[in-house]
Design a protein around this ligand. Structure first.
Ligand code: SAM
Length: 211
């Protein structure tokens, strides 16, 4: 597993300096709208302003502008080069976020610690996604919520098989799988699905979970 972790990390390190440029068209299109909608729902659960928030797989920090102002915010990623880009964004925005180099499969946080956890387009590349979800379940408070935007394999055939057959291209070029069975992985980790909304067919979903 260490070998696979290193490979995926290296691929994200390699694309980190150009990642935002590569994603620019998607971001200006639907992805930006989907992020905004997700964070509006996060805002609704962090009313007190004393909540603790974790973003897992922060990447270059595209969600950082949306973090609710008063939360105690932590953002982790296992790619140091992606974190460098996120750090630049934090400095520019002058926001208070604790950035940590950490693997979502082995989080260095206590049990039952976060009120809100957010991931966007992360579980396509976590080498052992079920273990990653188990860690989110462990660090999330019992009454906490996990908000996600994730893309996954379609259940509609033959498109699912097509995604299986070309998965190697995205995996080799930037470390992401396009054929993850993410809803199955969530269930295997024992998380409860509160909301599952298809945003782009059944490939891109907004998901809300509780431990
Ligand atoms: C496709 S990028 C998405 C970045 C960001 N969430 C966004 O929406 O722009 C996936 C990110 O997840 C990180 N990642 C993948 N596996 C990880 C793991 N096991 N632990 C921590 N971060 C991970 C990658 O390094 C990368 O920064």
């Amino acid at each position: 597993m260490d070998l696979i972790n290193d490979k995926i990390k290296k691929r994200y390190n390699r694309i980190a300096p150009i990642y935002d440029k590569l994603e620019m068209i998607m971001e200006k299109g639907k992805m930006g709208d989907w992020r905004e909608k997700l964070w509006q729902q996060v805002e609704e659960v962090v009313k007190k302003g004393e909540e603790r928030l974790l973003e897992a797989g922060v990447g270059t920090g595209k969600n950082i502008p949306y973090y609710p102002q008063k939360t105690e915010a932590y953002a982790i990623d296992f790619s140091d080069r992606m974190l460098q880009e996120a750090k630049k964004r934090i400095e520019k925005l002058e926001v208070n976020v604790q950035l940590r180099e950490m693997d979502v499969q082995n989080l260095d946080f206590p049990d039952n610690y976060f009120d809100v956890i957010v991931t966007t387009c992360v579980f396509c590349s976590v080498p052992d996604p079920v273990q990653g979800f188990k860690e989110l379940k462990r660090v999330c408070k019992n009454d906490g919520k996990i908000f996600m935007l994730e893309h996954m394999r379609t259940e509609k055939e033959p498109f699912g098989y097509l995604m299986d057959s070309i998965n190697w291209i995205s995996l080799l070029s930037w470390g992401a799988n396009i054929n993850r069975r993410t809803m199955e992985n969530i269930k295997q980790a024992g998380l409860e699905v509160v909301k599952e909304e298809d945003l782009f067919f059944d490939v891109v979903k907004e998901i809300i979970l509780t431990p």
